[in-house]
Write a protein of this length. Structure first.
Lengths: 132, 132
DNA sequence: CTTGAGCTTCCAGTGGCTGGAATCCCATAT
DNA sequence: ATATGGGATTCCAGCCACTGGAAGCTCAAG
């Protein structure tokens, strides 16, 4: 099957698939006319990468996961280690964003938001107000 | 004052300050020897940008905020609009990450994580299991 | 036989820096 | 006077993960 079909079935744009091939993440057979030719197993791998990426794994992590995916004899502990590490990262990111949300939320709440120039948001960003 | 001092006082690396100048976000006077020369007002602006960036505003948004910061007569509503929009983005990001966290958390929970090859994480990523 | 869609490659740009090289300036120690 | 070390300058390249666009090929349908 051609790249367009593989793209539709995997949820990845053709450009991205070519890019993945370029960086050696996935390979593809070539048909007689020079077109890339994907098997359904290839599509599985593409979708695997698509899902992994959408779950926040970096491309390098996807490379690791793919090799764990391919290696039918690896220990599940190896996979769990990567996933757990990523879970920690996600938690840290959520915590950070929640902190930001709170800070910015306070600023927005205290801003009357009318035609007057007086603005606690600007004051907060410029460091004028004492930290509470 | 030199760029190093301004950097220490604003919390931005010198490289970043030069970069900001390069893209026209901030300007700097030059001393006789060609060194950049920062006033304390310049440092205020640098810190303003530093805080805005750390709160998740893009450089382009910082450009807007800076002009609102400089314009002593603008309505606080203008600032509030930008901040509220950003608040929405942060909320969306948190929601997205929370979703990811949950999904990945389930996979990790169900993985026994021992020497056996059977792994629900890989199965989940490959789409083998029905979405529950 | 033409048209249009889809495929190929390659080059360049995105955002927001960051690292490194080569060179210059300045203050201090010898 | 000079050597040294730290900081400043410029410019070029690279990071991540794509994405857009140009120029040219192939293929199926009308």
């Amino acid at each position: 099957m051609n790249i367009g079909t593989a793209a539709r079935q995997s949820g990845l744009p053709p450009k991205t698939i070519r890019y993945y091939e370029d960086i050696g993440l996935l390979t593809a057979d070539r048909a007689a006319n020079g077109y890339r030719d994907y098997s359904s197993e290839d599509v599985h791998r593409l979708r695997f990468v698509q899902r992994s990426r959408s779950l926040g794994f970096s491309v390098e992590e996807c490379r690791q996961l793919l090799s764990l995916y391919t290696d039918r004899d690896r220990a599940s502990a190896d996979v769990k280690a990567i996933a757990t590490e990523k879970l920690g990262e996600i938690d840290r990111k959520i915590a950070e964003l929640t902190g930001l949300r709170e800070m910015l939320g306070h600023l927005v709440e205290n801003c009357h938001g009318d035609a007057r120039p007086d603005c606690p948001i600007i004051d907060g960003l410029s460091g004028k107000t004492r930290d509470h």
